[in-house]
Ligand binder design. Structure first.
Ligand code: HDE
Length: 714
């Protein structure tokens, strides 16, 4: 019997499409819900999409097979260069709703009318990793927002950290080269924990404030939905009379701030490298549209002169306690992209995309960015007509006299493609309505210099560290020890610690001890660090926790025989609080509950480790609990939840598992026994704190006691 004849006949299903196996398996007919005919790009209906045109059954392919050639040609060109930085990103559509008219401060059209909605597209990203890297890298997150306003597109291309590594754009290629995989070996991917990055940092003290931020939990957010965003630079609002007010932009997540632990991040990257993008996709798909409030810090020249740092210096922030953040509107992400490539990959942000009513300042980083973003889009998208792509095109009327070039979709119509012209047609400039720069007086010698007021590199780094809770400070120390521990050359570690001594002496000592490094002399600061800046509570994540579980996910580990009534109460109350339950079971098919009903699971235990959840409940049956003891992944589920200071709701039948996981005799107040409805309420109330930090406090106090004074006892 021939091989063909042995193949099964009939139909097979791929999703909702039914495929009929052809005679001998050579041809396939597709019958699905769609009656759309498959065509080539030229619109020619395709007769056979399964086989190339060839001479004889086993003969060579024919060059005239235009369908094959078109398909492969297009496939070969599917990739465009990924972004040099911020390559890995995820986008969504939404709108910005303006609270009140800001006409007294800016003439920007989107801020004129209370309640008006402006369409937006947002792309979140990591900086260092390539497009296929994992989501939970320790890294800055990009927070880029395109507002399609009625007077043009405004791009607020920000980050989730309000300061930056460098003060001058000319250093950008250096800091990025240093953090990216090392050029000879092409590793490590998406990690700052290597010699080149820390070598650069150790020689660039201006990066020290940013280093505090990236070593803090800000750099490992729980998801995009739980992080802040910042415009970083000082910009200008400009009113109708041409009066300008300085402005710094902030995004505040409505669901509150939240991060994960480093040990958790490492494990999440293995369990679900798409953790952040999946979270955003899932939330929007479920109708839980994430929201941020746009806030502005407004100040004038007087304040700028009085403030202790230069407001043009992007390595400094203005504490919210000094200039309060005024909420002016909200951003809601309510629509997923139809196609990742067409929208998220091809979206072209640019700091130079600005509208009347806004203006730049002389921040040297911003000035450099205004050149870079336009330049990079040409490389990436390959044509000066990238604005013709739907995701980049303005949604207001627009009319330029630009024409031609690769992929020109919107050339000027008619005879006139220049101005001025005497034809009486075509677009004209609008002196009143059009964009006008603030006429600032600029003078000085043309030189390569940095302003003296940029010289203090340590005071705000210290202020940031002292604004953190002890738990957060401990995380920061551990991050520095981890990262520097990956640095092979000891002199680099030593130089970083020498810089840290200018930030905060006990911090430097704790890091030195964590590295078993002899404390080096402090480096010579360009300007003496100040120790009189008061802590800014707004800089701490934990001091600004949500106090609720809205938007969070509870992982519930069940087994055959789990109590159906308890699960029902738990699921109902979690849903009432705007959170979500995900069922984890020994097998993904599900379990049979004690009332005989079948409960499908979302994850099997090895596919749903506890690192994927904000809190967990472990409620097996008695027999199920004893069986879980023998599953290494179930023991990990429990021990990780314990180690990551999660709240754990449990049935008594979970105790054997907890004992097997090594902490059964140490259940603290973060463990809530679940018997009935009121226990569930207590448990979920407790979960509002997100973590039971007291579990770690013992360890932190011990570290403080032993190392706080910098003595190892050796
Ligand atoms: Fe960027 N940055 N950047 N950057 N940046 C890019 O533009 C650049 C900086 C930021 O989701 C690139 O389209 C220079 C600060 C985000 O598509 C490139 C300097 C901040 C994104 C570029 C900076 C950012 C980018 C690469 C120093 C926070 C992703 C691809 C002067 C305020 C946008 C691209 C997206 C992307 C240049 C510093 C944020 C190469 C020269 C500071 C969120 O043009």
């Amino acid at each position: 019997m021939s091989a063909e004849a042995q193949r099964p006949r009939g139909t097979v299903r791929y999703g909702d499409v039914e495929v009929e196996r052809g005679i001998g398996g050579d041809t396939h007919q597709v019958a699905g819900p769609s009656d759309t005919i498959l065509t080539t790009q030229q619109g020619t209906p395709v007769g056979d999409g399964q086989n190339t045109l060839r001479v004889g059954n086993r003969g060579p392919a024919a060059l005239e097979d235009f369908d094959f050639r078109e398909k492969i040609f297009h496939f070969d060109h599917e990739r465009i260069p990924e972004r040099v930085v911020h390559a890995r990103g995820y986008g969504a559509h939404g709108y910005f709703e303006n609270y009140d008219s800001l006409a007294d401060i800016t003439r920007a059209d989107l801020f004129q009318r209370a309640g008006e909605r402006t369409p937006t597209f947002v792309r979140f990203s990591t900086v260092a990793g390539s497009k296929g890297s994992f989501d939970l890298a320790r890294d800055v997150r990009g927070f880029a927002v395109k507002f399609y306003t009625q007077e043009g597109n405004w791009d607020l291309v920000g980050n989730n950290i309000p300061v930056f590594f460098i003060q001058d754009a000319i250093k950008f290629p250096d800091v990025i080269h240093a953090v990216k995989p090392e050029p000879d070996r092409d590793f490590p991917q998406a990690q700052s924990a290597h010699d080149n990055f820390w070598d650069f940092v150790s020689l660039m003290p201006e990066s020290m404030n940013m280093i505090m931020w990236v070593m803090s939990d800000r750099a490992i957010p729980r998801s995009f939905r739980f992080m802040e965003g910042f415009g970083v630079h000082t910009f200008r609002f400009v009113d109708r009379g041409g009066r300008s007010t300085f402005v710094k932009f902030h995004w505040k997540p409505k669901l509150g701030l939240q991060s994960v632990l480093w040990n958790e991040a490492v494990k999440i990257n293995g369990a679900d490298p798409d953790f952040h993008r999946r979270d955003l996709w899932h939330a929007i798909e479920a109708g839980n549209f994430p929201e941020w409030e746009l806030g502005v810090q407004l100040f004038d020249d007087d304040f700028a002169d009085r403030f202790e740092f230069d407001i043009l210096d992007p390595t400094k922030l203005i504490p919210e306690e000094v200039v309060p953040v005024r909420p002016v509107g909200r951003l809601v992400l309510d629509r997923l992209v139809d196609n990742f490539f067409a929208e998220t990959e091809q979206v072209a942000f640019g700091t130079q995309n600005i509208v009347p009513g806004l203006d730049f300042t002389n921040d040297p980083l911003l000035q450099g960015r205004n050149f870079s973003y336009l330049d990079t889009q040409l490389k990436r998208l390959g044509s000066p007509n990238f604005v013709h792509l739907p995701v980049n095109a303005p949604k207001c009327p627009f009319a330029t006299l630009q024409q031609d070039g690769h992929m020109a979709l919107v050339n000027p119509r008619g005879r006139v493609n220049y101005e001025p012209n005497s034809w009486g047609v075509g677009p004209r400039e609008a002196p009143e309505r059009g964009f006008a720069s603030v006429p600032t007086a600029e003078a000085g010698d043309k030189r390569r210099v940095r302003a003296d007021r940029f010289a203090d590199h340590y005071s705000q780094a210290r202020q940031f560290f002292l604004s953190q809770t002890p738990v957060e400070q401990q995380h920061l120390v551990e991050a520095l020890v981890f990262e520097l521990g990956k640095v092979e050359r000891e002199e680099i570690r030593s130089r970083v610690v020498a810089s840290l001594r200018n930030v905060h002496e006990p911090l430097a000592r704790r890091v030195a001890l964590g590295l078993a490094l002899e404390l080096p002399p402090a480096s010579e600061p360009a300007s003496p660090p100040r120790s009189d800046l008061p802590p800014s509570p707004a800089l701490s994540i934990l001091r600004n926790g949500p106090g609720h579980v809205r938007g969070r996910k509870l992982g519930v580990l069940v087994s055959d025989g789990t109590r159906a009534d308890l699960l029902a109460v738990l699921a109902r109350e979690v849903a009432e609080r705007g959170a979500e339950v995900e069922i984890v079971a020994p097998k993904v098919g599900g379990v049979c509950l004690d009332d005989g009903s079948w409960l499908p699971a979302k994850q099997s235990v090895d596919g749903g480790p506890s690192v994927l959840y904000d809190a967990v409940a472990v409620i097996p049956s008695g027999e199920g609990g004893r069986a879980l003891v023998h599953m290494a992944t179930a023991r990990d589920f429990a021990s990780d939840a314990y180690a990551h200071q999660k709240f754990v709701g449990y049935a008594p039948s979970a105790l054997p598992l907890f004992r097997a996981a090594g902490f059964g005799d140490r259940l603290d107040a973060g463990f809530v026994s679940l018997e009935g409805g009121s226990d569930v309420t207590d448990f979920l109330d407790a979960c509002g704190a997100l973590r039971y930090w007291a579990r770690a406090a013992g360890a932190v106090n011990e570290v403080e006691r032993r190392y706080g004074n910098g003595e190892s006892g050796c």
